[in-house]
Design a protein around this ligand. Structure first.
Ligand SMILES: [Zn+2]
Length: 257
């Protein structure tokens, strides 16, 4: 059965390794979707056939980073093989990242989203210690990278910290040329497919521009459902081999899962 048929039959993806590199646990005033706890996430994963998700915590970004990061780590501890946790960092505070990483395996990497933390830029001074830490230990960092300014800043960071690995969330959706340039200039950059609404052919255009190895499945579950983005990939004009890379194999290698 080719991958398109799973969509037509409404069946979960059983024999394909699927990793969602960009989800959220916990509630948010921006998104009123119910079912944002670990149990609900795993229910959705099983329903559509996702093996692993990488989550940050919405309250950790918007308000209380300590509480939010603990919530995310708890989700990982409840489902260690299914939910991986990003620790949200905040440029206004100093974190003891050793407590999150060196002395614990509760977190996979960092989530950086300073536009909701006082509209600071991605390359602001307060975030440099976290990038240095990620570079020292080869950690993955997920950026919210939507606008051209965010993608340009994220690219400068990726160049400066070559041992860290950076996922540009949303593939710099309003900054296509800048995202393509980032992939050409930096080997340590992966683009994710997270987008609530897009146009027919956008995925194929991106893959043609940067190569299929540089794109990974991401959805923003639980802010949105994940099935529409899964369907967009499965119903695209790409080959099944390319779809399997985007759905899971690229992330498996990039995140060392
Ligand atoms: Zn997101």
């Amino acid at each position: 059965m080719d991958l398109k048929e799973y969509v037509f039959l409404g069946k979960e993806l059983k024999d394909t390794y699927v990793v969602d590199v960009h989800i959220h646990v916990g509630g948010s005033t921006r998104y009123q979707k119910p079912g944002n706890d670990a149990d609900s996430v795993v229910y959705t994963m099983d329903r559509v056939g996702v093996d692993v998700v990488c989550a940050s915590c919405s309250p950790g970004a918007y308000c209380d980073w300590k509480w939010g990061n603990e919530m995310c780590a708890d989700a990982h501890e409840k489902y260690p093989d299914r939910i991986k946790a990003y620790a949200v960092v905040n440029p206004h505070y100093t974190f003891d990242l050793d407590a999150y990483f060196a002395n614990s395996d509760r977190f996979l990497g960092l989530k950086v989203i300073p536009f909701v933390q006082g509209t600071l830029p991605i390359d602001c001074p307060g975030l440099q210690p976290y990038y240095e830490y990620a570079d020292k230990y080869g950690l993955p960092v997920l950026f919210h990278a939507w606008m051209a300014s965010e993608v340009k800043d994220a690219t400068a960071v990726a160049k400066r910290y070559p041992n860290a690995r950076f996922i540009f969330g949303h593939s710099g959706f309003t900054a296509f040329e800048e995202s393509v340039a980032a992939c050409k200039q930096c080997d340590n950059v992966l683009l994710d497919t997270t987008i609530s609404d897009t146009y027919d052919g956008a995925l194929e255009r991106l893959v043609n521009a940067v190569g299929v190895d540089r794109v990974a499945f991401g959805t923003d579950l639980t802010a949105f459902e994940c099935s529409h983005i899964l369907g967009r990939i499965l119903l695209s004009r790409l080959s099944d081999t390319d779809k399997e890379k985007i759905l899971g194999l690229n992330a498996k290698q990039f995140l060392k899962l």
